[in-house]
Design a binder for this molecule. Sequence first.
Ligand code: CP
Length: 335
Amino acid sequence: MIKHFLSTEDWPQGDLEDLLTDAGYLKANPIHNHLQGKSIALLFLNPSMRTRTSFELGMQQLGGTAIVLQPGQDAWGIEFEPGVVMDGDAEEHIKEVAGVLSSYVDMIAIRAFPEFKDWSQDRLDHKIKGLAAHATVPVINMETIVHPCQELALMMTIKNHLKTVHRKKFLLTWTYHPKPLNTAVANSGLLIASKFGMDVTLLCPNEHYLLDDHYLKAAQAQCAAHGATFTVTHDIKAAYQGADYVYAKSWGALPFYGDPTAELAEREPNKHFMVDGAKMALTNNARFSHCLPLRRNIKATDEVMDADYCVALEEAENRLHVQKALMLNLMNQSL
Ligand code: CP
């Protein structure tokens, strides 16, 4: 049985805790040769700055090699659907890509955002699942419809600042953005905060901005298992009051998926969800974070981004440490 890292839903909390412990050690002691002779292929179907840099550098700092491929740009485009007549743009099928790369490298990571056409299809996450089905080496999710590496970095940051996280109030707030964005980081924010037993509040403008039922139910169940609460609200003041950690993300309304014009009309009246100093003043001296990239004075004000309570850069740095811990774990290397 190959151990993949597709979603934190597949990993017990204790195993994630172990990764975070190792990440803390790697933060203090970054250079090792535990992965000497090992390699990872990084498949980017979408742009990246943090993920690409932190995986490439992380592998180098562990003595291994990372190879970046951008299918459709510097590598052949990939067909993911089984059984199709490949008369479109894609030159090769995921079955061959997975088989060939598995013979070259020890791990394969992929970033494959949704197509933003049909959520009933995108929610199945078929690209990474197709890769994992045909690969004979561990597969890592670098963001699809969830972003589990970001989850690890977020929880490492939360634990650094809150020390004990159980029953602390985690607020995930929707924010405005000029485009309807992926729900992955929002889904992941709910998954990781609930997995660690935080009291989770989801704030969004109205019911159209609710996340997929799978993630709402998963978060609700995980909170309940810890005796913690899971709350959905459209009341900005109530959401911020008493929050210990504020996490912001923008995402598109799922009922308008594939119809950006209709979604824009739904989104435009909600620019006031931007995180600002007045909202943060309602919290319990909360830290603020975001996965980045972030448009200043659209999602959060300069005041918030430049405040001491903003730990977004720390979360970005932690991507490096948690991914190194993850790669060591998948290669059965202990520190
Ligand atoms: N947060 C994150 O994944 O950043 P990149 O899109 O730059 O990789």
